[in-house]
Design a binder for this molecule. Structure first.
Ligand SMILES: [Zn+2]
Length: 316
């Protein structure tokens, strides 16, 4: 009996109630610590009278007096039995099995407070998920890159792109939704020059494609690595050398031909370097098929004649 009670308590604690509630009408943060409200699901409330204490997992409607715990709530709104509701909740835990270990062993860098793993919410209509879908980021990518979200300051309402180097969290990029500026924030204390987004996943490939930003990398696909800007540091080059890539294709934004050439020059002593000069825009806003064509037909760096002809061709 006791064992069962503990297990139910754990399921309640681990269930990401906050994200779940955020998918309901009228969701808002009330301003009180640990409290949000939604439109009541039991009465005709349209003004977010249904208050929830997140850590207590209890909701109370100030309009009709309806009071529930998270399990009963899930049963009611999903139409599930008690047991099925527990399973539903267990499948929507705050962290997947791997993440807490990474967080515990890593003292220098941590994921933001109340990091929400979006791979368990890809089915939902949450705003960050809609944004990722709009930018053609797949569920598999969200899972592989462990992309998340947080409602809490200082990265509130931003999509979190963690950066892992050999399974160690070295930083993250926090992207606002839509056009809210600044578009990008970086983890406090993170050294950008030691970070390469997509590094761990690209290591399984013989060659990689270097791009500027996270959405560029996601559009290109798995062997893509974002250098988080237009420049490459010596420690980033050292990481690429340790990954034992043969070929590196450099594909920065179209406005960065000079910077792209500098990156190529720095890589040239260590790799078979190819360069793609996009005719316009950035990889993140280019069709994936087109990018694959560019990569396939990229110039071996050093054949400047080709590049010159190419650039002149584009400018024509
Ligand atoms: Zn109510």
């Amino acid at each position: 009996m006791r064992g069962r009670r503990i297990r139910i308590g754990q399921i309640k604690d681990r269930f990401n109630l906050l994200v779940y509630l955020s998918t309901f009408e009228g969701f808002k943060e009330t301003g009180a610590v640990d409290e949000v409200s939604i439109n009541c699901t039991m009465c005709a409330d349209t003004k977010s009278h249904f208050y929830w204490g997140i850590s207590k997992s209890i909701g109370f409607c100030h309009r009709c007096g309806h009071s529930v715990d998270s399990i009963q709530f899930v049963q009611d709104v999903e139409g599930l039995s008690f047991g099925d509701a527990l399973e539903f909740m267990e499948n929507r835990r705050t962290f997947d099995k791997r993440t807490p270990e990474i967080m515990k062993t890593d003292v220098e860098m941590q994921l933001p407070y109340r990091f929400i793993p979006l791979w368990t919410w890809y089915f939902s209509s949450m705003l960050p998920v809609a944004y990722l879908k709009e930018r053609l980021v797949s569920e598999v990518q969200v899972t592989m890159y462990k992309i998340g979200y947080t409602f809490w300051k200082p990265y509130a309402h931003r999509i979190i792109f963690p950066i892992y180097i050999n399974d160690k969290l070295t930083g993250f990029v926090a992207r606002s939704l839509g056009d809210i500026k600044p578009h990008y924030l970086y983890a406090e204390g993170m050294k950008k020059s030691d970070c390469l987004f997509g590094y761990d996943i690209a290591q399984d490939f013989m060659g990689c494609v270097l791009v500027e930003g996270v959405f560029d990398a996601l559009r290109v696909g798995y062997p893509a690595i974002a250098i988080l800007g237009k420049y490459i540091s010596n420690s980033q080059i050292e990481l690429l050398r340790r990954a034992k890539f043969n070929r590196i294709t450099v594909m920065l934004d179209s406005d960065a031909i000079c910077e792209s050439t500098i990156v190529c020059k720095k890589l040239e002593p260590h790799f078979d370097v190819h360069q793609v000069c996009l005719p316009r825009g950035d990889p993140g806003s280019t069709r994936r098929e087109l990018l694959n064509d560019y990569i396939k037909n990229s110039f071996c760096f050093g054949t400047h004649e080709n590049l010159k002809e190419y650039v002149e061709g584009v400018l024509k």
